[in-house]
Each structure stands twice: as C-alpha cells, then as structure tokens.
Design a protein around this ligand. Structure first.
Ligand code: MG
Length: 237
C-alpha cells in the first residue's frame, strides 16, 4: 500500500503553547492532544508519540501490536506522572493509523481526537469520541451541532496516562485507492463543521495543502485550542 501524507499543526490564536504532537513516518501516523497543567500536556503528547513509534514493530505489524504500543504509551505516561509532581495529572488523547499485514490499515483511538475517512467525496467519522458529549450524542440525547457548543464539550472520559491500564478502541480499515483519511485534534473538530471539513478535503488535491487549509478553517472558526491535522491519501491499495 502506498500512502501520501500531509500534516499541519498550529498553536491557535489563544493558547500560549502547543500541547498537540503529531507523527508522520513510514507506515505509522498519529495525533496526540495533551492535557495537564504546567508542561504536563506537552510532555504527555510527546511521550505518547515517542513510545508509539518505539514500540510499534517494523516487522509483522498488526492491529494487535498497534494496540500494544498504545498501551505501552499509556503505562509510560502513567509512570512518569507518578514520579514527578510537576507532571501529576498529565494525560493525552491518541489516534493512530498504521499499515498492517494483509494490505490493510489499522487504527487505534483513546480520547476525543478523531479519525475520519473520505470515500467517494463523502466524509465519515471512523472513531467514537471518548467524551461526555460523545456519549450523549451516541445515546441520542444531543445532536452533533449541540455537542460542538456544549459548555462541557472538553470533558474527556478516556485518556492515556490516568490509569495503569487503558481500553483502546481499534479496528482495521480496507481503504480503496483514492480514499483519504484525516486524523485531527478537537481544535479542528470542535470549531469546524463536518460539511466544511469534507469540502476542504474534496477541494485540495495535495495532502499538505488540505492539511494547511483545515488549520486555516479552524483559525477562521475562532478556535480556542491548538489545531493539528494529518491527511493520508491512499495512492494504491
Ligand atoms: Mg485539543
């Protein structure tokens, strides 16, 4: 499988540091959105990406080994937070996509960062948000538009680093040539409607241009957060 990747990240107009970290490498891509006072958020998201990269195997990669790498990242952040009071309470979301055996892609998700897929010009969210509003939307008690404006939209119900073990959502995808995947932090998805994300992904051919356009949309949408996106084009499947 050949994948072309583009990425962009921006501190946004309000925050004083960028606590998002992204990974674009050969066969493995990810976005992590850190939380925690002082430097904790930066440390947690950077550690998640570093451990993911170190632990994900280069030979015989599988969905299972992707999940194991995410669990190792969780444990690493949890242990680091327990050893340093300046890092107490740090955590991070993580979405990751990897090429695995059998010509498929696997994904993993913890938290409220998102993976979308654009198939035949139509955008579909692949991941379920581990957030209070995500649970309310799945239960039919809130619409997606209401969730985007909800005062408690930032309450995450699952993250890396808060417990010694974490449940990781994962599955495989069988993309076709021409499909496009988007990994993003909530600095995009809380401030830009899915229709506008879809339109930008359809409009910009090059993945780097699409990624830059999405970050600009979030800033134009007055995002209060850091914004990070990775765009993956399936050149042949
Ligand atoms: Mg965020």
């Amino acid at each position: 499988m050949r994948i072309r990747a583009g990425a962009a990240s921006d501190i946004g107009p309000v925050r004083s540091n960028n606590e998002d970290t992204l990974l674009v490498s050969d066969g493995l891509w990810a976005v992590a959105d850190g939380v925690g006072g002082h430097r904790g958020g930066d440390v947690a998201s950077a550690m998640a990406i570093r451990v993911l990269r170190e632990r994900f195997p280069t030979s015989e990669p599988s969905k299972r080994s992707l999940v194991a790498a995410v669990q190792a990242a969780n444990r690493g952040i949890f242990d680091a937070a327990a050893e340093d009071e300046n890092l107490l309470g740090m955590g991070t979301t993580l979405v990751a996509v990897a090429v695995v055996d059998g010509g498929q892609l696997a994904y993993a998700n913890v938290g409220d960062s998102r993976i979308y897929v654009l198939e035949d010009g139509a955008l579909r969210q692949v991941t379920a948000d581990h957030s209070l509003v995500g649970e309310l939307v799945r239960g039919g008690r809130l619409t997606a538009a209401e969730a985007r404006r909800h005062p408690r939209r930032n309450v995450v119900t699952r993250s890396l680093g808060f417990e010694p073990q974490v449940a990781v959502d994962s599955d495989t995808l069988a993309p076709a040539a021409g499909d496009r995947l988007l990994l993003c932090s909530d600095g995009l998805s809380d401030y830009v409607e899915d229709d506008a994300i879809e339109a930008a992904l359809v409009r910009y051919d090059q993945p780097d241009a699409a990624a830059a356009a999405l970050v600009e949309l979030a800033i134009a949408g007055e995002t209060l957060d850091n914004v990070t996106v990775v765009v993956l084009d399936v050149a042949d499947a």
